[in-house]
Design a protein around this ligand. Structure first.
Ligand code: PGA
Length: 255
């Protein structure tokens, strides 16, 4: 398989530092040496350092949930890419729909975060996806195109294979309503086509496209069997070690 599967846990605003350490330890104990799938844990900022210590020497990687585009300065409450690197963070979620909707993040702002991440050797997980109104209005692909093209503006051919894209239909996030495998695969294939137009087929074939939105052990095998679904960005099911470990195992089985 040209693309190694990736399972990332987005813990959102959950877990104290101590709880995060316990969860990370449980995950590491179960799958810390798994190398056939990439595994990333994204705790809140307050637990990055403590979880990072648990992950030291393991194959499980550390991700942040956000980053500010600027290097430093008067940006109260924000965290820079350099600060994240200092904690041995390797990945960062960018443009999550919760940030787009609750914090007004635009494609242009998200694009700056993507570029800053890449300039600082952080792998961005760029989230894209339509709302329910947009899906029902028939604009899903247009929205996804805007998110993908807007988010990747200025990303070079040398950089594109370190970018990870997460297709997360907003109506499926935290709702228990998972996209059908056909719905998901259709959009994933469309994203692959967009990448092919932008970067050419050989590079587009190397970019991982994750699915996110109520992914859990029960629906993961079918989703992960799809041609263009290269892993998952997991919210709710990542907060408990057993379900997260099961998801990683599904990804191992899917190859
Ligand atoms: P969910 O969240 O798995 O709880 O739907 C996914 C996400 O928001 O990344």
């Amino acid at each position: 398989m040209i693309r190694k599967k990736l399972i990332a846990g987005n813990w959102k605003m959950n877990k104290s530092s101590a709880e995060a350490v316990t969860l990370a330890k449980d995950i590491v104990e179960a799958i810390g040496r798994e190398t056939s799938v990439d595994i990333v844990l994204c705790p809140p900022f307050t637990a990055l350092e403590s979880v990072g210590r648990v992950l030291e020497g393991q194959s499980v990687k550390l991700g942040a949930q956000n980053v500010h585009p600027e290097k430093s300065g008067a940006f109260t409450g924000e965290v820079s890419a350099e600060m994240l690197r200092g904690l041995f963070t390797t990945h960062v979620i960018v443009g999550h729909s919760e940030r787009r909707s609750y914090f007004g993040e635009t494609d242009a702002f998200i694009n700056k975060k993507v570029l800053t991440s890449l300039a600082n050797q952080l792998k961005p997980i760029l989230c894209v996806g339509e709302t329910l109104v947009e899906r029902e209005g028939g604009t899903t692909l247009a929205v996804v195109q805007r998110h993908v093209e807007g988010g990747l503006l200025g990303v070079t051919k040398e950089q594109i294979t370190t970018v990870i894209i997460a297709y997360e239909p907003v109506w499926a996030i935290g709702t228990g309503k998972v996209a059908s495998t056909e719905q998901a695969q259709e959009v994933h294939a469309y994203i692959r086509d967009l990448l092919t137009k932008l970067y050419g087929a050989p590079l587009a074939q190397k970019v991982r496209i994750l699915y996110g939105g109520s992914m859990k052990p029960a629906n993961a095998p079918e989703l992960l069997a799809q041609k263009d679904i290269d892993g998952g960005l997991i919210g709710g099911a990542a907060l408990e070690s057993r379900s997260f470990v099961d998801l990683v195992k599904s990804a191992v089985a899917a190859g």
